[in-house]
Design a protein around this ligand. Structure first.
Ligand SMILES: *[C@@H]1O[C@H](CO)[C@@H](O)[C@H](O)[C@H]1NC(C)=O
Length: 724
């Protein structure tokens, strides 16, 4: 696909016209309001030219030069500038600020601080107030500009004031970036003032020569912010930015979180906060890290959309650059695309060479090419106790319909070894043996769980040195007992969302070591990352790609990327987003397995549609190598009835179950029959990968001597049938 990106995403210029009349006081007080209740006079101590305005006799904080501004448009960008000099001091310095009072249609007034400086002293001389701001997104009848700030009694001089419109021509069309001045090459234009902390333009940039630095942060949520224009409700957008930490938490070797969020405002004054991208474990030495994610805008109308960075703990400084929000067109023909991939990737040609001896009447000949087993891994999470000694219908269903299984809980360290050295392993191992005896392959889940709340108390109580030894012992014990039974291991579950072992050991790369040790113990077992908010939702997709690449490039023996895919309750899988996320992860060049699929919807027919959408998106993506449900029977799956394929004590295969089985066992299996002249000459069947049986029927009777079986893999297969 060729994506057209505009060369310049925006063109910024100041229109130049100062909307303030007599902004430099060279015409005296003309254009400025009389100073009611305090005293104003023209003085010669000017910043530019020969005149400035002095305020004295002030009894209120808000007393200072004021002017009614004409021609301000709503929801538009302006640059404000003024120079202010204090003539009297107060201990510690004082505030000065430029404010605009907007009078609304209902006569209420909104006071908007547009620029400010704090801790100003007389010895600073003239200080500059300068900022960009956006006017309110509603009709206002009057705009009054004024300078205020020093406490009552203090005197100050003002000069060189200006208020100018910023003209930003945004290039629209494919690839349009919805952020203005996204790379800070135009300074702070388009970005919100950073109230309560400090933002400045720096030259340590990711692209071009400028970036924005945030410092003086006292809150987690403080970071560069822009009010984004033009986003539509209920639409998809891709979000990207580069972020660099400039300070590390003292003593922190593992790293901090950085996030990109949106706050949507609604007319009822409520706000919805949506996280769109996150990175964990970021340290200053990583330099600029890429953040990618996506945004699904609210389905109800919103009045404002605020894009902002947050994350490092208060006190930490960071820089941002190269920001981007582009629309993600919903693919209308995803079925065509996925069907093409399915045809190319999941099928091969079976070339059937039929010869018939003289005397064979082809009109009496029939050849059947029947797939008897799926090649593609379709699996489920298995509750080992139920499978070993529970409901027979549960066991039979697994044996009949799935060719892969993942242990739901029984192999987790916290379940298996609740007390040190006391292994509750009998059921798990019995389940693995039984699954294997039914030809079902096994994903073992999980060796370690990186999220602190899932680490059992006795492990948490270990000293770092003992923890290292215990971890090695766990690897050797559990891999030893499952050796030859499990094909896959999830090594350190959900490492994007927790770094327990790394933090406890103060060893940032211990997650890599866990893989290396496991790989060394048994190089034949395929090792996986396994995480969430990477495909069903996309906040950590970019972070996961970066993690996968790190594992791939660090000799860890990693085999694949596990994507959990627990779709949020009552939220339909979106094939455009699924494809975008899988495309991103596929850049790692590692196989992707869907490891824990479930949706949640009490409407069984809608649930059927949702599973079909998700399954088609996965099966129709070339990087996906296997798909596992996170259980199927409502009595034994974490999502219960709303996620189930089979419901209740009656073990009813519900519409979702019927739909899934129809895909697995009908639509995505091959059964072909040729009769008469068609059977008597060579023909080709494009078949799904898996095991096949070839039957020849002549004169209404099966010719057992001509029966054959074969396995169809990604290579085309030739079958010779010689009917005599
Ligand atoms: C369970 O663990 C114990 C202790 O390591 C071991 O002796 C036993 O063989 C294991 N059981 C199975 C079925 O692997």
């Amino acid at each position: 696909m060729i994506r057209l990106l505009p060369l310049l995403s925006l063109v910024v210029s100041c229109l130049g016209q100062n909307l303030l009349q007599n902004g430099d006081f060279e015409l005296g007080t003309s254009g400025w309001e009389p100073c009611g209740g305090f005293h104003c006079e023209i003085v010669t101590d000017a910043h530019t030219g020969s005149k400035a305005l002095k305020s004295s006799g002030r009894t209120q904080y808000y007393q200072g030069p004021a002017q009614i501004v004409q021609g301000l448009k709503q929801n538009s960008l302006y640059v404000v500038e003024a120079y202010v000099k204090l003539l009297t001091d107060d201990a510690g310095g004082q505030d000065v600020q430029a404010t605009i009072a907007f009078t609304n249609e209902d006569n209420s007034i909104d006071y908007v601080k547009v620029a400010g400086r704090d801790k100003v002293l007389t010895k600073d001389g003239y200080v500059q107030l300068s900022a960009n701001f956006r006017t309110p997104n509603r009709v206002f009848n009057r705009a009054r500009f004024y300078i205020q700030g020093p406490v009552p009694g203090q005197e100050f001089v003002v000069d060189s004031t200006s208020l100018t419109a910023v003209a930003i021509v945004q290039v629209t069309g494919p690839g349009q970036n919805f952020l203005l001045n996204p790379d800070f090459e135009q300074g702070t234009v388009g970005w919100e003032p950073c109230w309560g902390f400090h933002c400045e333009i720096i030259t340590d940039a990711h692209t071009g020569s400028k970036a924005m630095k945030a410092s003086g942060r006292t809150q987690y949520y403080q970071g560069p912010t822009q009010i984004v224009q033009g986003l539509k409700q209920n639409s998809l957008y891709a979000v990207e930015a580069y972020v660099k930490l400039l300070t590390d938490k003292p003593g922190d070797v593992v790293g901090q979180n950085i996030e990109i969020n949106f706050a949507f405002g609604f007319s009822d004054k409520t706000t919805a906060y949506i996280g769109v991208a996150g990175r964990s474990m970021v340290l200053t030495k990583d330099g600029y890290v890429k953040m990618t994610g996506d945004l699904v805008t609210p389905s109800k109308a919103f009045t404002s959309a605020r894009f902002y960075f947050q994350g490092p703990i208060p006190g930490q400084e960071f820089a941002v650059d190269s920001t981007k929000i582009t629309s993600l067109p919903e693919s209308s023909d995803y079925l065509t695309t996925t069907n093409q991939v399915i045809n190319q990737k999941r099928k091969s040609n079976i070339n059937v060479k039929v010869t018939t001896a003289a005397g064979i009447d082809v009109n009496q000949l029939q050849i059947q090419i029947n797939q008897v087993k799926k090649g593609f891994p379709f699996g489920t999470a298995v509750a080992c106790d139920e499978y070993v000694s529970g409901d027979q219908r549960y066991q039979d269903f697994i044996n009949a319909h799935f060719n892969w299984a993942v242990t739901e809980n029984a192999l987790k360290w916290g379940q298996m070894e609740r007390q040190p050295g006391v292994l509750r392993n009998e059921t798990a191992i019995a389940a693995l043996k039984k699954l294997k005896s039914h030809g079902i392959k096994i994903r073992a889940h999980n060796m370690f769980w990186s999220v602190e709340k899932f680490v059992q108390p006795w492990v948490k109580a270990l000293s770092p040195a003992d923890l290292r030894k215990t971890v090695v012992n766990r690897i050797h014990t559990v891999m030893g007992q499952t050796q030859g039974l499990a094909e896959h291991w999830d090594v350190n579950n959900e490492n994007l969302h927790g770094q327990y072992y790394q933090e406890k050991l103060q060893d940032r790369d211990f997650n890599l070591d866990l893989f290396r040790m496991a790989h060394q113990f048994d190089p034949k077992v395929k090792l996986f990352l396994n995480d969430y908010t990477v495909v069903a939702q996309g906040g950590f997709t970019g972070a996961y790609l970066a993690q996968a690449l790190k594992f791939k490039n660090s000799n860890t023996g990693i085999y694949g990327i596990g994507v959990q895919c627990h779709f949020p309750a009552n939220s339909a899988p979106n094939p455009t987003l699924i494809k975008a996320h899988l495309d991103t992860l596929a850049q790692a060049g590692l196989p992707i397995w869907v490891t824990e699929l479930d949706v949640s919807n009490t409407d069984e027919n809608e649930r059927a549609d949702w599973y079909e959408t998700a399954l088609r998106a996965f099966y129709g993506h070339p990087a996906v190598e296997g798909i596992m449900f996170w259980g199927f029977w409502s009595n034994r799956q974490s999502r219960g009835v709303p996620g189930s394929l089979v419901t209740g004590d009656e073990f009813r295969i519900n519409p979702a179950g019927q739909r899934v089985l129809d895909l697995f066992e009908n639509q995505w299996m091959t059964k072909e029959s040729k009769i008469g002249t068609e059977a008597g000459q060579p023909f080709t069947v494009r078949g799904f990968h898996g095991e096949y049986e070839v039957k020849v029927i002549y004169n209404g009777k099966e010719r057992n001597d001509l029966k054959q079986t074969f396995t169809l893999d990604p290579n085309d297969q030739t079958i010779n049938i010689n009917v005599q």
